[in-house]
Design a protein around this ligand. Structure first.
Ligand code: C2E
Ligand code: MG
Ligand code: MG
Length: 637
């Protein structure tokens, strides 16, 4: 080892090891002199406890720095950690050196001639600067050294041995030039290097898992978790300083169909291109996340009209199209914009408003940008309340099925029941069921609700006391529910768990939501039908693609929507539709149920037409299972 005054020394790992071996012999006596083994052990334990309880990295590294300074009385320690994203060194732990020193080294870029720490991070080799006043590595920092009383320095890289990456640098500064006796420090200091390595390694691992938890692996954008973590601060900051902030909710139009058409691998490639373009155009965003599936949320530090122009520019960029497998694809998006005001200044509301505006843009056919206004704010507030109400109802088990009989019009007896969702808590019973369902479908709460409803129906069917007297039960299922991965398995699992007879259960699928004829929804329905469950097409005549549905899906029952039944005998078109649906059902071998029968006149008109099944207030409203059971006994015994 050359210790001449005007040089710095780069230690190879081998040289270091040799030095250590030579010095190990004298170490025992040294330990006794500088710090007692007990104090050292206690100090190590303190550090490991800090690591174990996830104390901040700075706190842990400072504890290590102080411990090292105890062991080397004239030394000042500086532990820097490497930020792999920004590729800079960050101020970590200090003992004697003041904060002002930490502020100077914060953000140092590793490179040659960057003192011994910056150079060591660059070369990843230990470096000793025998006299910093003479050392070319320190040429830019002599003033600093004078200010802080540093004359020699020794820097050691902290390396993650699992992958060889740089974790940080352990710097030891001395008030005098480096002397040969100090060489003995090299071996002893290893204990402290190791502690610092453990702490920074652990921090790096945690940062990595935090990154994975808050980022979308595919696009590298933040995800919903990151939005929750940072969004509130962004909004609060803008509100308190009065600075402009627009939240843009961007939902790609018909991307799900593109996924179905081209498969995940190919559509992911396109998606990544789209994401990159959005990221580039909206690079002023304070935060941008992939919200869910094909949705992006960006926090733009702009007034809403400027944000709108920027999004229009993005739409123009996208209009150029995307290339995939020799195809030229046009992809558009629907965008909702919202900002804060006196009434709406919390993150959740701002997101809900932008989301609502996006839905409006979609309803208008997509490829639109809509600014959320006051009426939308009112709607968004009501949706938020409903969502909370549903959560509360779920927690208190206040969501229960009530059973409405489906009647055989020929015998006048009940043929089965439809399970309808009801809220049993009086305080929460403030919103019509249809509105609850609409919100639940939007928020995804429908999955929980739907499974609960199906579970309760299975329980009633499998109950040994047989409250529903062997009759069948129809349960409503939303398309959103059907399309969720795992729903089929969950339904079959519930059936098996209760040992319910699948042929006594029927799923009613409303026609008001689009279900692709050959996609995942169809496969799910086929599988459930194969397991023995019956299928009903609900609200027939009000929605999409009815005939196509009937052709491609194995329905057993059609339910004619109550809006037609209501007009029966009064409106020729309604009469014609009821007759036609009945004929269609009969021709296809399906049962046809008339929904919403309220009056004897409607019943007569229906039986005259040849309807055999009906449901409505004329017989009974939906009832709790015990009342439905009593109703059956009282009515037909
Ligand atoms: P739906 O499946 O068509 O259910 C029939 C609706 O008509 C029920 O409304 C029922 O109470 C009502 N109804 C029955 N007879 C009459 C009558 O004679 N006159 C009138 N005016 N109405 C009658 P409800 O319970 O408010 O449910 C509305 C819709 O909400 C349901 O329409 C269904 O689409 C949906 N829904 C209800 N429960 C569930 C559920 O558990 N899951 C899902 N996904 N949707 C549900
Ligand atoms: Mg129904
Ligand atoms: Mg219906």
């Amino acid at each position: 080892m050359n210790l001449s005054a005007n040089s710095s020394i780069s230690l190879s790992p081998k040289a270091l090891r040799d030095g250590q071996n030579r010095l190990r012999a004298s170490l025992e006596s040294l330990k006794g002199r500088l710090i007692s083994p007990e104090a050292l052990l206690q100090g190590q334990q303190r550090v490991l406890e800090l690591v174990a309880r996830n104390a901040s990295l700075k706190e842990t590294l400072s504890e290590i720095a102080r411990l090292a300074e105890e062991a080397f009385p004239d030394m000042s320690a500086s532990i820097l950690y490497f930020d792999p994203v920004a590729q800079v060194l960050r101020a970590g732990g200090y003992g004697r050196l003041p904060n002002s020193f930490a502020e100077i080294v914060e953000g140092m870029v590793p490179g040659p001639n960057m003192g011994s720490c910056g150079t060591c991070a660059f070369t990843r080799e230990p470096i000793i600067s025998v006299d910093v006043f003479e050392d070319p590595l320190w040429i830019d920092f002599v003033g600093l050294c004078k200010e802080y009383g540093i004359r020699s320095a020794w820097s050691t890289p902290l390396i993650d041995e699992r992958n060889g990456s740089l974790l940080g640098v352990f710097g030891m500064y001395y008030p005098t030039t480096w002397s040969a006796e100090r060489a003995i420090d090299i071996s002893f200091a290893q204990d402290f290097h190791q502690l610092a390595t453990i702490a920074t390694e652990r921090h790096r691992d945690e940062e990595r898992s935090r990154y994975l938890a808050t980022h979308d692996a595919h696009t590298g954008l933040g995800n919903r978790n990151l939005l929750i973590e940072q969004g509130e601060d962004i909004v609060n900051r803008a509100v308190s300083t009065g600075s402009p902030l627009t939240l843009a909710f961007i939902d790609l139009d018909r991307f799900k169909r593109l996924r179905q058409q081209f498969g995940h691998a190919q559509s992911d490639v396109i998606f990544a291109q789209v994401a990159k373009l959005i990221q580039q155009r909206l690079d002023c965003a304070e935060l941008m996340v992939r919200f869910d599936g094909d949705e992006f949320v960006a926090f733009l530090p702009l007034p809403i009209n400027e944000a709108k122009s920027l999004i229009e520019d993005l739409a123009n960029d996208m209009a150029v199209g995307f290339e995939m497998a020799e195809l030229h694809l046009q992809i558009t998006f629907s965008c909702g914009l919202s900002t804060y005001d006196n009434d709406t200044s919390d993150l959740e509301m701002i997101i809900v408003m932008a989301d609502e505006a996006t839905r409006d843009a979609k309803r208008l056919g997509g490829d639109k940008i809509i600014i959320a206004d006051q009426s939308l704010a009112a709607r968004a507030k009501s949706h938020r309340n409903i969502r909370k109400l549903l959560d509360q109802a779920h927690e208190t088990d206040a969501i229960q099925p009530f059973y409405q009989p489906i009647m055989n019009l020929t015998t006048g007896r009940a043929k089965g029941f439809e399970a309808l969702m009801r809220i049993t808590d009086e305080k929460l019973k403030t919103v019509p069921i249809q509105d609850l369902i609409t919100v639940a479908e939007e928020t995804g709460q429908i999955h929980r609700i739907g499974l609960k409803m199906f579970e309760s129906a299975c329980k009633a069917v499998a109950d040994p006391s047989d409250p529903l007297k062997g009759l069948s039960v129809n349960v409503n299922i939303s398309v959103a529910q059907l399309l969720k991965v795992g729903t089929t398995e969950q339904i079959l699992d519930i059936l098996a768990r209760f040992g319910a007879d699948p042929t006594r259960l029927c799923l009613e699928l409303t026609e008001s939501q689009w279900l692709d004829g050959d996609g995942a929804g169809r496969r799910a329905l086929m599988e459930l039908h194969k397991a023995g469950l019956k299928l009903a097409l609900d609200d027939f005549g009000t929605g999409y693609a009815s005939l196509n549905y009937l052709r491609s899906l194995p329905f057993d029952i059609i339910k004619v929507d109550q809006s037609f039944v209501k007009l029966i005998g009064q409106d020729r078109q309604a009469d014609a539709l009821c007759e036609t649906v009945l004929a269609l059902g009969k021709a296809c071998g399906l049962d046809v149920v008339a929904e919403g029968v309220e009056t004897p006149e409607q019943l007569k008109a229906l039986t005259d037409m040849g309807f055999e099944l009906g449901q409505g207030y004329l017989w009974a409203k939906a009832m709790p299972v015990d009342i439905a059971s009593k109703w059956l006994t009282d009515s037909f015994n």
